[in-house]
Design a protein around this ligand. Structure first.
Ligand code: C5P
Length: 296
C-alpha cells in the first residue's frame, strides 16, 4: 500500500462575477465564471501516527491549525469514512492569501482529492462535492471535472465547461488583504440595498472562446476593492494598456490579473505593474486539473 500522495492545489480567478441579491443565509447569490490557474499550492499527505498534523511551508500565515480549511477538510473526510485520522499534511503555500485567488479553498479541495486517492476513491464524486460545499463557497469548483465552469447561487451550483486554450496570465498583488465579508458589505452599501434584477442573457458563444469571454468579463466587487486600494484600478488599467484581453480584480480581491494572447506581452506588463508597487506572478490558465502523484 502506498502511504504518501502529493497534489497541486491551483489558484482560480473569476472571469465574470455578478453579485445578485442577498439570500436568507446572509450570502449573496452570484453568477460567476471560474477559471483555474497553473499557479498552485502543494499538498502532500502521508499516513502516520493518530491525529491530523499540519506542517505549513512558505511563510504565509494560515491561522491556527485546527481552523485551517485543510485540517477541517481532512476531519470531514475521515468522519465521512467513519475512521479515525492518522495523517501528516504538508502544505506548501505559493498562492498569495486573502487575495481572491481561492488558495485556501483549493487546498481544502486538494486535501479531499488526495485523501480519496489514498483511500481507493471510497468517497463518491457527489459526496466529495457536498463535503467541499460545507467547507466554503469556492471549494466545489475545485472538485468539478474541468477547471472552467459557470457557477450560480453561492457558487455551489456549477456547469462544467470545456476548457479554453491555455493562455499566459499575469497576477499582481499589493500585499494588502481585502476581507471577503467587507467587500460584499460595502457593495451592498454602495448599491443602497438595491441589487440588480434586470434580465441578462449570456450566450454559449461568449463562454466558448477568449474573444467572447473578453466581452462579458466583469467583477461587481471592483468598486469596493478600488475604493480601499486605489492602486488596483491603476494596475488593471496598466494590464489593459499592455495588451491584456481580460484584466480584472480576482474574486473579492485584492489580487488583480491579466490574460494575454501571448507571453511576449508579459514583460512590459510586468514592468508596468511593478512600477506601481505591485508584486507579480507569471502563470497560465489551466485546461485540466492536476492529478494526485504517488510518492515513495
Ligand atoms: O465564502 P466565505 O465564507 O469566505 O465568505 C465570507 C463572507 O463573505 C461571508 O460570511 C459573507 O458575509 C460574504 N459573502 C457573501 N456572499 C457570497 C460569498 C461571501 O455575502 N456569495
Amino acid at each position: 500500500m502506498t502511504d504518501r500522495v502529493a497534489i497541486d492545489a491551483p489558484a482560480k480567478v473569476n472571469l465574470r462575477l455578478v453579485v445578485l441579491g442577498r439570500e436568507e443565509s446572509g450570502y449573496h447569490s452570484l453568477e460567476t465564471i471560474f477559471c483555474g490557474l497553473a499557479l498552485a499550492d502543494r499538498v502532500e499527505i502521508e499516513r502516520g501516527a493518530p491525529g491530523i498534523r499540519l506542517e505549513v511551508e512558505g511563510g504565509i500565515d494560515t491561522g491556527p491549525s485546527q481552523r485551517n480549511l485543510v485540517v477541517r477538510a481532512a476531519a470531514a473526510f475521515f468522519a465521512e469514512l467513519g475512521e479515525k485520522p492518522a495523517i501528516t499534511i504538508q502544505l506548501e503555500k505559493r498562492i498569495p492569501s486573502s487575495a481572491g485567488l481561492g488558495g485556501g479553498s483549493s487546498d481544502a479541495a486538494a486535501t479531499l482529492r488526495a485523501l480519496n486517492a489514498l483511500h481507493d476513491q471510497r468517497c463518491s464524486d457527489e459526496r466529495l462535492l457536498e463535503l467541499g460545499a460545507d467547507l466554503g463557497s469556492d471549494v466545489p469548483f475545485f472538485l468539478t471535472p474541468t477547471p472552467y465552469a459557470l457557477a450560480w447561487g453561492r457558487g455551489h451550483r456549477l456547469l462544467s465547461l470545456p476548457p479554453l486554450p491555455v493562455r499566459p496570465v499575469l497576477v499582481a498583488h499589493t500585499g494588502e488583504a481585502m476581507p471577503t465579508a467587507a467587500a460584499f458589505e460595502r457593495l451592498a452599501e454602495l448599491r443602497g440595498g438595491h441589487h440588480p434584477s434586470l434580465p441578462v442573457s449570456v450566450g454559449l458563444e461568449e463562454v466558448s472562446g477568449w474573444g467572447g469571454v473578453a466581452q462579458i468579463a466583469m467583477n461587481d466587487l471592483s468598486g469596493p476593492a478600488f475604493e480601499q486600494i486605489p492602486r488596483l484600478a491603476e494596475g488593471i488599467a496598466s494590464l489593459s494598456a499592455h495588451g491584456a484581453a481580460v484584466a480584472l480584480l480576482a474574486g473579492s480581491g485584492s489580487a488583480i490579473f491579466g490574460i494575454f494572447a501571448a507571453s511576449a506581452a508579459l514583460d512590459s506588463a510586468e514592468e508596468a505593474v511593478a512600477r506601481i508597487g505591485l508584486k507579480t506572478w507569471r502563470t497560465t490558465t489551466l485546461d485540466a486539473w492536476p492529478e494526485p502523484v504517488w510518492r515513495d
